[in-house]
Ligand binder design. Sequence first.
Ligand code: ADP
Length: 190
Amino acid sequence: MVNIVIFGKPGAGKGTQAEFLKSKYNLIHISTGDLFRYHIINKTSLGLKVTSILENGDLVPDKLTIEILENEVNKYKKTSGFIFDGFPRTINQAKKLDEFLNSLSTQINFTIALEAEDEILLHRLLKRGETSGRSDDINKEKILNRFREYNYKTLPLKEFYSKQNKFFSINGVGDIKVISQRLISIIENT
Ligand code: ADP
């Protein structure tokens, strides 16, 4: 089994590259953002709880996030691995993920961050907001709040996974296919 975490600020291209890795390595792609948006669209009780959190660009509390992640992983009894997109986003989530995967006799193999400057990301998100229907992509202040959440809560994961020798970062700017090649070279040459 190979389990990969894709990191990156909002707009870094996690979803796009996760879809690519999913088909190349036959993995299950789990995006916690997509899971929350599914619940919001379907107005489930979880969806109602997190609607305003996503709208404001804040992080959903760890307890709810870990629960939704574990439930999703548990749906797949047989798989060659997972690609986690947007999870973990806090140290606590990362610790819980290690424990959880350990209990399934598996582990994270690589964590890869897609790097890009805020200005580029802001531009990408506002552009995406024109067609995505995502309310968190339309407002500059909310986008900047998502960047702040990333800097405060998610960036410390770099040290967490570096200590386990599992952290890699690549340039997330350029042609999509070229960025995919950068990911492949980490996965296949490490
Ligand atoms: P992006 O990376 O572009 O912000 P995502 O779809 O990954 O898009 O996340 C959208 C929103 O979903 C986040 O702003 C946050 O509110 C919520 N979310 C997703 N994953 C997590 C997580 N692991 N922990 C807490 N909140 C999360």
